[in-house]
Design a protein around this ligand. Structure first.
Ligand SMILES: Cc1cc2nc3c(=O)[nH]c(=O)nc-3n(C[C@H](O)[C@H](O)[C@H](O)COP(=O)(O)OP(=O)(O)OC[C@H]3O[C@@H](n4cnc5c(N)ncnc54)[C@H](O)[C@@H]3O)c2cc1C
Ligand SMILES: *[C@@H]1O[C@H](CO)[C@@H](O)[C@H](O)[C@H]1NC(C)=O
Ligand SMILES: *[C@@H]1O[C@H](CO)[C@@H](O)[C@H](O)[C@H]1NC(C)=O
Ligand SMILES: *[C@@H]1O[C@H](CO)[C@@H](O)[C@H](O)[C@H]1NC(C)=O
Ligand SMILES: *[C@@H]1O[C@H](CO)[C@@H](O)[C@H](O)[C@H]1NC(C)=O
Ligand SMILES: *[C@@H]1O[C@H](CO)[C@@H](O)[C@H](O)[C@H]1NC(C)=O
Length: 492
């Protein structure tokens, strides 16, 4: 008798738990979506579906094979140590390497389109100054006319140029353009006049090393860690089993109970909670069609006034790298004013104005990474493949052909984030219009409530104070999963 009661007790609790497990839909399987689903699964929620538009998981964390290497097409470095969840997850597993341990020297040369080379002794201090003393804002910025980082940076850099006569006056404008694009690696805006000086001053960066690499792995390993597949594959949470790939969400009717989520194939899915994770770019373009009824005004203001833009990577693989005898980390480039005007008037070549430097990649000595920034990134993506391949070779020849005995690249690959409708760019930033437009990231991140229950929840890089970063994306996935767990535990 006692045994029977006990038996009933356990099964009743288990089955009632099953019955009461709410249905949760996560839209998007990027770092934030996977973080959210993993946390929910880990807490016993078993009725979760991830709807993913692409044919793969990971979103902007994405690696492919190039030659013998796995290479990051999206997120690549762990930026910072303190309060950085990616560092906290992967560091103790021995997967990461700090730049201070890799022996990497952040030295630079700058190559002009005229064939001039600004030597390491001049280029490294200039770029160090730009990173340490211009983009780290210590000065008063209240007197800026526009509030833009561009206004601030130009003033600081002109002052620097004046004190460094080895930089010639005809190099000022070309160098400003190159540094402008270099900053866009971080901000993904059109240029530094769109970026707010205040945002840079107030950004919550994580202290510590900012160029931490994944050795011969890639940032994709973080997905395995989140899903608990790494380090012990037997403990893998069934994230992949609950993910429907090639399934694009087209409408979310969130005033109904349950919420109705329609996908491009016409299927309807029902849920008690929906977590939204597509990029801010996708939300900006689609919020009108995607959400029914419309989102609250405050959220729309935030969505419109938080900036989102794009960068691009071009990765070259060489069997015989030409740079090995000259151990330089960054090879910046600049176009003379004359060459720049010519390019600006040539729609086919214009994208090259967004290329501002080439970097070596830690642990992958046969690779050379060219960054393309500003609006040029999108133009690069629209260039037909054959022309693109030729143009990249021409560009490398033009800038590095005089100083090095070049070899032929065996593979040239590019990222395509900006023209892909599931991303429409690479990451968000807080621009001048963020402050002018009374936008608040909290309004973008706030859930939509129904009778005090959070039913439509917003996660993803753009909703994080660590915006633009993988670790920011992960935090927001956990944040929204916890919001559901806490509400559900208290109320249902
Ligand atoms: C080139 C590049 C370099 C970067 N470098 C770094 C770096 O070095 N370090 C760093 O920390 N961060 C870096 N980042 C940023 C980082 O990768 C992102 O912040 C982070 O991966 C974003 O994750 P997320 O989950 O917010 O969004 P996403 O990864 O974009 O996930 C959202 C998912 O939603 C899907 N989706 C979109 N629309 C729909 C729809 N309608 N229906 C269903 N699914 C949909 C998308 O396909 C995507 O998989 C980089 C990004 C890029 C692109
Ligand atoms: C999820 O909930 C729905 C509706 O209650 C139910 O039909 C389905 O079987 C559940 N799925 C799981 C895995 O429990
Ligand atoms: C840059 O800032 C550091 C302090 O962070 C300071 O020590 C250094 O002198 C500054 N360099 C220049 C060139 O102003
Ligand atoms: C990475 O390097 C380790 C040794 O340092 C090796 O065991 C492993 O196979 C390598 N992995 C890849 C993906 O190359
Ligand atoms: C290029 O190759 C030539 C011939 O081998 C050699 O003399 C020259 O030093 C090389 N130049 C560089 C920059 O390595
Ligand atoms: C930006 O914010 C302002 C002020 O709140 C608002 O009037 C404007 O409509 C917002 N921009 C967009 C495009 O929503």
């Amino acid at each position: 008798m006692r045994l029977l009661i006990l038996f009933c007790f356990t099964t009743c609790v288990l089955s009632s738990e099953k019955i009461s497990s709410p249905r949760i839909i996560v839209v998007g399987s990027g770092a934030s979506g996977i973080a959210a689903a993993s946390r929910l699964l880990d807490n016993g929620f078993n009725n979760i579906t991830i709807l993913e538009a692409e044919n793969r998981i990971g979103g902007r964390v994405y690696s492919i094979e190039i030659g013998d290497y796995l290479v990051d097409i999206g997120g690549q470095w762990v930026h910072g140590e303190k309060s950085n969840v990616a560092f906290e997850l992967a560091g103790p597993l021995g997967l990461l390497e700090k730049s201070s341990d890799s022996g990497l020297k952040f030295n630079h040369k700058i190559f002009g389109s005229s064939g001039e080379v600004i030597p390491e002794s001049v280029a490294t201090p200039l770029i160090d100054y730009f990173i340490d003393n211009v983009t780290h804002i210590y000065d008063d910025i209240d007197n800026l006319k526009t509030g833009s980082f561009g206004e601030y940076a130009e003033a600081k850099l002109y002052e620097y140029f004046k004190n460094h006569p080895e930089i010639t006056t005809d190099q000022y404008q070309p160098l400003l353009h190159s540094l402008n694009m270099m900053r866009m690696e971080e901000d993904a805006a059109s240029d530094w006049y769109e970026v707010s000086a205040r945002a840079l001053r107030d950004f919550e960066g994580c202290e510590g090393d900012h160029e931490i690499n994944w050795k011969n792995r890639t940032y994709s390993t973080i997905l395995d860690i989140l899903m608990k597949k790494y380090p012990n594959p037997e403990k893998e949470l069934p994230v992949k089993d609950i993910t429907k790939l090639n399934t694009k969400v087209t409408e979310i009717k969130f005033d109904e109970t349950p919420i109705k989520v329609t996908t491009a194939d016409g299927q309807e899915h029902f849920a008690d909670y929906v977590i939204i994770t597509p990029s801010l770019g996708v939300i900006k373009k689609n919020y009108n069609k995607l959400f029914n009824p419309p989102l609250p005004e405050k959220k729309i203001t935030a969505i419109n006034n938080i900036s989102y833009g794009g960068v691009a990577k071009i990765i070259l693989h060489y069997e015989n790298p030409w740079w090995l005898n000259d151990p330089i980390y960054g090879r910046s480039i600049y176009w003379t004013e004359e060459d720049r005007k010519e390019l600006e008037n040539d729609p086919k070549k214009k994208w090259m104005l967004g290329v501002h430097r080439g970097l070596i990649i830690e642990h992958k000595p046969k690779l050379f990474l060219l960054w393309v920034c500003g609006p040029y990134a999108r133009e690069m993506e629209l260039t037909p493949e054959e022309l693109f391949q030729d143009q990249v070779k021409q560009l490398v020849n033009k800038f590095f052909g005089k100083a090095y005995n070049l070899t032929e690249p065996t593979i040239i690959t590019r990222s395509l984030w900006n023209t892909n409708e599931n991303f429409l760019g690479t990451y968000s930033s807080h621009g001048v219009k963020y402050y002018m437009g009374d936008a608040h990231i909290e309004d973008y991140a706030a859930p939509i409530m129904k009778n005090d229950k959070p039913v439509l929840l917003f996660a993803g890089e753009g909703t994080s104070t660590h915006y633009g970063m993988v670790h920011g994306a992960i935090e927001t996935g956990w944040r929204e999963a916890d919001r559901i767990i806490i509400y559900h535990t208290k109320n249902e």
